[in-house]
Design a protein around this ligand. Structure first.
Ligand SMILES: *Cc1c(COP(=O)(O)O)cnc(C)c1O
Length: 340
């Protein structure tokens, strides 16, 4: 059976690098949304806990429930069922309407739109938001924003951090007026942590870098990150092809001479891209012969097991996308094993 190996040492290495950049590991909130970027929610949450990470970020209440026992705080980015409230859960609130629907004492982080225009409250609505918080007796735990261009070469990150700075001042002013304690501020994702030299928020939300990748252009870095995940495919069968015999759907690959080929148990149904047999396709150095099928592909030789993802970024870029996209779609049913 195919398997995914998760390297504890690579993960700890990446977390150490981020902790060094941030000053300490308590300032890292590990982002475990979407099955921990395809790595596997539970094993990655357990490893983060073993490293000493106290805060996690997930997308749904279901994910939060699955890892609640491992962290002091779990920030839920998209809490669709806000009735389920554990004392350790913090719900991200993106709009004023949601504030008026939450039950009393719900712990919330307000998300402020400082320029991404994806979701979040407008800074001009902060006053109203505070009135609603008080009226609904909600607990203001944090205030956050998200950067749209942290991994892009240019100055956009800097005007957005300037806006964020003025939002924080306004939040502190409103906290003063309403006699509320200072909330936790957080804004940076992985790229912003790696890039910014003076990050003074309470913590950062680190996803992709903890898994060993970044998608910043060449002028940044290099950053010493190590991929955590390796995907291994297992041989289904080996056969001997005669010169000229063709492999797979449409017979796009013809054997240039007599050769031994094997079929392996991973296909586009598992999150690999559907290579259509045009040009060349390599999976971690293994040349794919013919099209990739739903549940399998073919390669030369007869090895029992081959590693087909060692560097997800390399394969993703060859298919015109990014590491996040390939990783997050890996079949959750493939067994995950933690290796040293
Ligand atoms: C996914 C996400 C992150 C993590 O981003 P990376 O680039 O993977 O570090 C941080 N904040 C929010 C709001 C996110 O949705």
């Amino acid at each position: 059976m195919a398997k995914i190996a998760l390297s504890r040492s690579a993960f700890f290495h990446n977390l150490s690098l981020l902790a060094q950049k941030l000053g300490n590991k308590e300032r890292i909130a590990v982002v475990l949304k979407d099955n921990a970027y395809g790595h596997g929610l539970i094993p990655m949450a357990e490893l983060a806990n073993a490293f000493g990470i106290i805060r996690a970020v997930v997308r749904t209440v279901e994910e939060a429930e699955a890892v609640a026992h491992l962290f002091d705080e779990i920030l839920i980015l998209n809490p669709r069922t806000p009735s389920s409230v554990d004392a350790r859960f913090t719900l991200v609130v993106n709009d004023l309407d949601t504030l008026s629907t939450l039950p009393p004492h719900t712990r919330v982080d307000l998300k402020i739109d400082t320029g991404m225009h994806r979701n979040g409250l407008h800074a001009a609505d902060l006053k109203k938001a505070f009135s609603l918080l008080i009226q609904q007796r909600l607990q203001l735990n944090g205030v956050m924003t998200h950067f749209r261009s942290a991994d892009i070469l240019g100055s956009e990150l800097f005007w957005q951090t300037a806006r964020w700075k003025s939002v924080k001042q306004e939040v502190l002013r409103l906290c003063g007026i309403h006699a509320l304690p200072k909330p936790l501020f957080h804004s940076a994702n992985s790229a912003a942590v790696l890039r910014l030299n003076h990050y003074d928020d309470d913590y950062a939300r680190c996803g992709i870098a903890t898994y060993g990748y970044h998608e910043m252009p060449k002028p940044f870095g290099p950053y010493d990150l190590k991929p955590v995940l390796k995907l291994y495919a297992q041989k289904i069968t080996t056969l001997s092809l005669k010169k000229g015999e063709r492999i797979g759907y449409g017979g796009t690959f013809a054997a240039p001479l007599d050769m031994r080929v094997s079929t392996y148990d991973i296909g586009y149904g598992d999150g690999l891209f559907r290579y259509d047999g045009e040009g060349e396709c390599f999976l971690n150095g293994h040349k794919v012969l013919g099209k990739i099928s739903m549940d399998s592909f073919s390669a030369e030789g007869d090895a029992e097991e081959i590693c087909i993802i060692g560097d997800a970024k390399e394969i993703a870029h060859a298919f015109g996308t990014i590491s996040y996209d390939l990783l997050v779609k890996l079949n959750p049913l493939i067994p995950r094993v933690v290796v040293p």
